[in-house]
Design a protein around this ligand. Structure first.
Ligand SMILES: Cc1cc2nc3c(=O)[nH]c(=O)nc-3n(C[C@H](O)[C@H](O)[C@H](O)COP(=O)(O)OP(=O)(O)OC[C@H]3O[C@@H](n4cnc5c(N)ncnc54)[C@H](O)[C@@H]3O)c2cc1C
Length: 200
């Protein structure tokens, strides 16, 4: 009998990166398992932007279309859950899930994304992707000309302030501690607009 837990490739993480790998491998007639715990980094954001053909869609809509298209490739299977353990075997890898199911494959792809580490500021994590924004190209347009605070210091705070100035002139740079901007950087920012203030 054929072992249903045996695959050529296991992909851990079934968001955009994992689904992209699954699509290419499905089209290559490879027997693939995608293990996904369903917690992509952008899950709190109401809409995605700056992604051609997908502008304004929710993160979930984009992933759903991806999964639907991959479902056409019958050699790709999905498992919803968390991969909690992996071991190297003589022929590849064995991956165990939170339900204690084990799957084996010759090759392994990690598409687990990154974990954003939030600063210890009340409400920051709850607002992540909604009103606390990490990428001006993804979400800056929606809050253009709004009163905006930048959390940053030193060269990063300086460069980012200059960049964001194109979306809004009402900016405050919070250095959260002693400013490490040079005097030249500080006066350049202050010259840019009178509304430009620097929190001490
Ligand atoms: C708040 C926010 C808003 C964003 N907005 C935009 C935007 O508007 N436009 C844009 O182009 N980009 C945007 N991005 C960036 C975009 O979301 C990422 O580039 C993209 O999600 C990365 O895809 P990924 O597949 O590498 O990782 P992720 O999307 O983070 O997916 C990783 C997947 O792996 C799974 N996983 C992790 N560990 C395991 C495990 N052990 N077992 C099983 N599954 C596991 C997770 O559950 C998750 O589903 C945004 C990012 C954030 C944080």
């Amino acid at each position: 009998m054929k072992d249903t837990n045996q695959f050529e490739i296991i992909i851990i993480g079934g968001s955009y990166a994992g689904l992209s790998a699954a699509l290419a491998l499905g089209r290559s007639l490879r027997k693939v398992l995608v293990i996904d715990s369903g917690k992509p980094c952008n899950r709190q954001t109401p809409h995605s932007h700056n992604f051609l053909t997908q502008d304004g869609k929710t993160p979930k809509e984009i992933a759903t279309v991806g999964r639907e298209q991959i479902a056409n490739y019958k050699t790709v299977e999905f498992y919803q859950g968390l991969a909690v353990e992996g071991v190297k075997t003589a022929n590849g890898f064995a991956i165990t899930t939170h339900e204690n199911k084990t799957f084996v494959a010759k090759k392994l792809i990690f598409a687990t994304g990154v974990r954003d580490i939030m600063p210890d500021i009340d409400g920051f994590a709850e607002c992540w992707g909604i009103s606390v924004i990490h990428c001006p190209y993804c979400h800056g347009y929606e809050v253009r000309n709004e009163k905006t605070a930048i959390l940053g210091n030193g060269d990063y705070g300086f460069e980012f302030s200059q960049l964001i100035h194109n979306w809004t002139k009402s900016l405050t740079l919070f250095t959260n501690g002693k400013s490490t901007l040079t005097n030249e950087q500080t006066s350049l920012l202050q010259k840019k607009t009178l509304k430009f203030t620097r929190a001490k």
